[in-house]
Design a protein. Structure first.
Length: 175
């Protein structure tokens, strides 16, 4: 998980100051004494120099859309290891897995939501095989040939463009 950038941390500190001045949150709810005390401590201890100017682009691109962590698919780019399980890692999709995916997805392309004809069926690895993704039902989805070709080995669909924003979104939802 990345720390907020200096700009984001200054914006947050200003938000806390506004809450303390008005005695209210942005949504109009009253600021309770416990949070007022906590906000005041945060403002008093804030030093913008404790936060980085920016997060390197490489790290941002490698962060997971769902959890905000550095995605293991970037670290394990090659499916090679000395364990028996990893030596079995193969691009080959077992027929049983293909049938389960087709049944689960109802023969509908999971990218464009249109029916897939039998001669257009392809299976897309959510985490690309080249990035360590397995050929199992959890990592596969049914797609048209053309839809599959457009994606390539990209991870943009499963990585959040800004993990810090995603983290704040998750925290707001929990509140």
């Amino acid at each position: 998980m990345f720390p907020p950038t200096r700009k984001e941390s200054v914006e947050h500190d200003n938000y806390l100051k506004r809450c303390l001045e008005t005695g209210k949150f942005e949504n109009g709810d009253e600021l309770d004494p416990q949070r007022r005390k906590w906000f005041q401590e945060e403002v008093n201890n804030f030093d913008s120099q404790d936060y980085p100017e920016n997060i390197p682009k490489t790290l941002l691109e490698a962060s997971c859309k769902v959890f905000g962590h550095i995605c293991p698919a970037f670290i394990v780019a090659e499916p090679l290891t000395e364990t028996k399980e990893r030596r079995k890692h193969s691009r080959l999709i077992p027929r049983e897995v293909m049938l389960k995916v087709v049944r689960r997805d109802g023969q509908i392309c999971q990218k464009c939501n249109k029916p897939v004809l039998d001669n257009e069926v392809e299976f897309d690895h959510l985490i690309p095989f080249s990035k360590g993704g397995k050929s199992n039902t959890e990592n596969l989805r049914l797609v048209h040939k053309n839809c599959n070709r457009r994606k390539g080995d990209s991870l943009k669909e499963i990585l959040h463009p800004s993990p810090i924003e995603h983290l704040f979104e998750l925290k707001r939802k929990k509140s």
